[in-house]
Design a binder for this molecule. Structure first.
Ligand SMILES: [Zn+2]
Length: 529
């Protein structure tokens, strides 16, 4: 990205004066539009009359397009300058708020919104020139506890999220933890803020057109298209972009800005709502704004040198022909049948799934993965399901998920096309309401819906009667203490109650987070606080 031009950044009076003198008189613009129309009509007439497009007529069309673009860019510049004048031209900004944070992809059911936590304090400082941002927030779970996922936590959870140029990290106590995977989106989020949008649009040769609610100004940064609406009061009322998501494909990120107020000489929205994949992920009620605040973010060495860790898959044979595939934050379990394989869970994304599939091929060569059992629709547990569809596997899932997957998988995937997008195939499903058995030869497993679960309405667990193994997601993980809080304990209690009611003779729990452990550990967790 090149440096931000003076017109966008320097102190307002000087730059406004310069840009105004450079602006074309209205009459001249009107004349250019007339000329342009004439050129388009000439070219169109040639085609309409059945004439062959000559080199000259093609040149005319190209010239017309170039003029169209430059006029659109010129219009955009005028609109952006008016907006910067109305909103206040700032080099940096700090705003504080309260509101809500929502957990994307962790809805209680496929038809409900992302679950909400309360933000008790929020401060964000952005320096546009150095492309840095510091976001400090404290969130608490609502009381009484709400339904849905996202790791439950006891008390407050504090976060400090930072980005400077291409580097991102989190501050945890005195330690800096690199956040390589978050860098691209954090950078993009700077350009989605009201003043950030104006800066980036000026810098990236934006174009404009009339649209609902005002003028739509658009530009591209890297692979991302960003649109912003400048309303009739010359205020940024909305920004839009699309980011890749393993489940939703090109996912719309839409932020609306309303209730603009004067804060210390700048206009800033008192209400901010960002939606991702149609539901809010953040809503803020802004309480104070400070323009041109100094933000010094010394780049930690850890952030500078960090790279995305390679996908690691470790294997542990927990019974004959049953492998626990771990090595990351999420596990899968591979079950061997006489002529095929069944995989339990396709977490995270395609990269993880490809690594797990490759491991399965080594463990049981020449057997196809015929079934993929998906415990629930939360994105961290379903982000790799499409990879198994591409692989030719039938998806076994709760009946409430089929329609959802079929619908969201239709979204375009231009930003990160996966294998299924590159070679489309109709997904095959086996759906379950309460129970399903997969038996062949000596091998059998049973899939049960977990009654009364507050984490996910369609969540299922897998029981292997001969091996006395239970595979479950998110209701109990070992080591204990990695998750906490009353709601998590309620999940432990509910899981144990389901095991008892179904009279399952479980010896080992193979959780999809953490390590295999004996049933007694779950028993203990249900009786101790
Ligand atoms: Zn979950």
């Amino acid at each position: 990205m090149v440096a931000i031009p003076c017109a966008a950044l320097a102190s307002p009076p000087k730059c406004w004066a310069r840009s105004e003198t450079r602006a074309q008189p209205t009459q001249a613009i009107a004349q250019s539009v007339l000329n342009l129309r004439g050129v388009h009509m000439q070219a169109r007439d040639i085609v309409a009359r059945g004439g062959v497009m000559t080199k000259n007529s093609r040149s005319l069309l190209i010239a017309a397009s170039v003029m169209s673009l430059s006029l659109a860019a010129q219009d955009a510049k005028t609109v952006l300058q008016s907006a910067a004048k109305a909103m206040g031209d700032v080099k940096s900004i700090q705003y504080s708020a309260t509101g809500h944070l929502y957990a994307l992809g962790q809805a209680f059911s496929p038809t409900s919104a992302w679950p909400q936590n309360n933000i008790t304090s929020y401060t964000r400082t952005i320096d546009y020139g150095s492309r840095s941002s510091k976001e400090e927030l404290t969130q608490v779970e609502p009381s009484p506890p709400r339904l849905g996922g996202a790791a439950p936590f006891a008390g407050e959870q504090k976060q400090i999220n930072l980005v400077s140029g291409q580097y991102a990290w989190n501050q945890v106590g005195n330690a800096s933890q690199p956040a390589v995977a978050a860098a691209e989106e954090r950078q993009l989020q700077i350009w989605l803020t009201p003043h950030g949008f104006l800066h980036a649009a000026m810098e990236n040769n934006a174009s404009s057109k009339k649209g609902g609610g005002g003028t739509i100004v658009s530009f591209t940064v890297g692979k991302f298209r960003i649109n912003g609406t400048i309303d009739r009061q010359n205020l940024v009322s909305r920004t839009q972009t699309w980011i890749p998501n393993p489940v939703l494909g090109d996912m719309l990120v839409e932020t609306t800005y309303s209730d603009y107020k004067d804060f210390n000489g700048v206009k800033f929205p008192a209400t901010i709502v960002q939606k991702q994949g149609s539901y809010p992920v953040l809503d803020l009620t802004v309480t104070s704004v400070q323009p041109n605040v100094r933000l010094d973010l010394p780049l930690p060495d850890a952030a500078k040198t960090a790279a995305l860790p390679p996908v690691k898959v470790t294997t542990q044979e927990i019974a004959d022909g049953v492998w626990f595939l771990a090595g990351g934050s999420h596990n899968s379990v591979l079950v061997e049948y006489p002529t095929y394989l069944a995989m339990i869970e396709a977490p995270l994304d395609e990269a993880r799934s490809l690594a797990v599939i490759s491991e399965a091929r080594k463990l049981a060569p020449n057997k196809p993965i015929k079934y993929l059992i998906n415990t629930h629709h939360h994105f961290d547990h379903s982000g790799g399901v499409r990879t198994y569809v591409a692989e030719g596997a039938t998806i076994i899932t709760n009946e409430i998920n089929q329609r959802y997957y079929e619908q969201v998988w239709k979204s375009p995937r231009t930003l990160e096309p996966d294998r299924l997008a590159q070679s489309p195939k109709k997904p095959a499903f086996i759906t379950i309401k309460d129970k399903y058995s997969l038996a062949d030869g000596e091998r059998s497993l049973e899939i049960y819906h977990l009654e009364g679960d507050t984490h996910n309405s369609g969540i299922m667990m897998v029981y292997m009667p001969k091996e006395k193994i239970l595979v479950e997601a998110d209701d109990f993980s070992w080591p204990a203490g990695t998750r906490a809080g009353p709601r998590y304990r309620a999940n432990n209690v509910n899981l144990y109650r389901n095991i008892q009611q179904l009279k399952l003779d479980v010896r080992t729990i193979a959780p999809l987070h953490g390590e295999p452990v004996s049933l007694s550990e779950l028993q203990k967790a249900t009786t101790t606080s």
